[in-house]
Write a protein that binds this ligand. Structure first.
Ligand code: CA
Length: 440
């Protein structure tokens, strides 16, 4: 998850959580037998009708204390030992900052080009190159997981500024606050139980489990369930130290990408050009090999051939800043990066940083000047699309896949460039057309 200052916070996908696309997975090697035994012990010792232990918190916040009281039964059922639970819940209070951040809805969306200009900077590329050179085990990590070091450095840069900005919140308290608030209760409780499992296993005490307000921890910004399922002890000291060990952090990131389907030896995307009059309604559509796209005039922007491995890969066209911005054919590895954080902008940031770290040139087509859209603009466009019979799949002000698809269909029906890009001009046209349409 992002730190508050990170630009992706304000992108539509700002709530996408690192690793949360991976389902909660039982802990791999830690604590299960002991936890199972603990549950059996509790079941044997405690009559079912009686609360197993005293109410865990007395924070003075009625909603929080009521939630904590109910949660303890679920935590015990999940195998958390009563003494661990009682110790960690004692004195726990909700964190008011977490509540405020979680309910924040940004007023203006940040244009993707502005975001990526801020991500892919010469300074960051220089620091990334130095950090790669300072990490001797990166070659081993690369060969073991099949993920290029430049991609790992790109993830490291995006997640924590190469480990410099990890967040200093008590992960257990942050997740308890989110769980008590209830908007994402099932998710937050699952992560809270994973946090308790880490503590119970003895791998790290609670004091070490620091992270973002949304529960993402360490240099990799792993949520606790992802830590349990995916973190790696690469330096061999017996602990998967994603906070203090860059080697462990980079291997853990590589493991997440490998589990997300990273294809060894393939790229992640190519910048492409299209011929005049191209049908942009193909964006975010079919996944076809580069030769299929070449038959439609879609070619690498640098004029170079596709590598053999890439030429065999199904590729999807995107126009993230519209028809006037850079265009990309996304290879399967783009979608592996999206397992880390399911945001096109995030994955482009990682990939474009990686390309530059590997010595690649800047984009042949720069990001165009874009205009921020207000929440009202975005919701107005969604309402207009709905009224005109093009269902965006919700009126939440988030311009996601559904909104872009509806927009492309409306653009195509009106003879406009069907790139699915919501510009101020498109908002104005939609508003005018919807106002003129007869009420249904
Ligand atoms: Ca280690």
């Amino acid at each position: 998850m992002r730190r508050p200052s990170k630009p992706s916070r304000v992108l539509p996908a700002f709530l996408a959580l690192a690793g949360c696309a991976s389902p909660a997975v039982p802990p791999p090697t830690v604590a299960l037998p002991a936890a199972t035994a603990a549950v059996a012990a509790i079941e044997a010792a405690v009559p079912a009708a009686q609360p197993p232990i005293a109410p865990p918190t007395a924070s003075g916040d009625m909603i929080f204390d009521a939630w904590a009281s109910e949660f303890q039964g679920r935590a015990l059922a999940a195998g958390i030992q009563p003494d661990v639970l009682a110790r960690e819940m004692a004195g726990l209070t909700p964190d008011p900052r977490v509540g405020a951040l979680d309910s924040r809805q940004p007023e203006f969306s940040k244009p993707i080009g502005d975001y990526l200009r801020g991500v892919v900077t010469n300074d960051r590329i220089a620091v990334g190159a130095r950090r790669a050179a300072d990490t001797p085990m990166i070659a081993d990590i690369e060969s073991r997981f099949g993920v290029p070091r430049q991609v790992l450095i790109g993830v490291w840069a995006m997640e924590s500024g190469f480990g410099a900005i990890q967040g200093d919140n008590d992960t257990l308290r942050s997740l308890a606050t989110l769980a008590a608030q209830g908007r994402r209760r099932a998710w937050a409780e699952g992560e809270l139980i994973a946090t308790l499992q880490i503590i119970q296993s003895g791998e790290f005490p609670r004091a070490r489990l620091r992270g973002s307000w949304a529960g993402a921890m360490g240099q990799t910004q792993f949520i606790p369930s992802t830590f349990l399922s995916t973190a790696v002890d690469e330096d061999g000291d017996g602990k998967r130290d994603i906070w203090g060990s860059s080697t462990d952090a980079l291997a853990s990131a590589a493991n997440l990408l490998a589990k997300g389907g990273w294809v060894r030896g393939q790229g992640w995307a190519r910048e492409v050009t299209v011929p005049p009059g191209f049908d942009f309604s193909l964006t975010e559509g079919p996944r076809e090999i580069p030769a299929w796209w070449a038959a439609k005039g879609v070619k690498p922007a640098d004029g170079k051939e596709w590598s053999y491995n890439d030429s065999e890969a199904p590729a999807q066209l995107i126009a993230p800043a519209g028809a006037n911005g850079p265009l990309f054919l996304l290879l399967p590895n783009h979608f592996a990066i999206r397992k880390y954080n399911n945001s096109i902008a995030y994955a482009l940031g990682v990939g474009l940083l990686a390309d530059r770290l590997a010595g690649g040139a800047p984009l042949s087509k720069p990001w165009p000047q874009e205009t921020s859209l207000s929440l009202v603009d975005r919701m107005t466009a969604q309402r207009a699309l709905t009224a005109l019979g093009f269902d965006p799949g919700g009126l939440d002000g988030v311009v996601g896949m559904g909104t872009r698809k509806a927009l492309r269909e409306w653009q195509k029906a009106r003879g406009l460039t069907a790139d699915g890009y919501l510009s101020p001009d498109m908002v104005a046209r939609l508003k005018t057309e919807a106002a003129a349409a007869p009420a249904s």
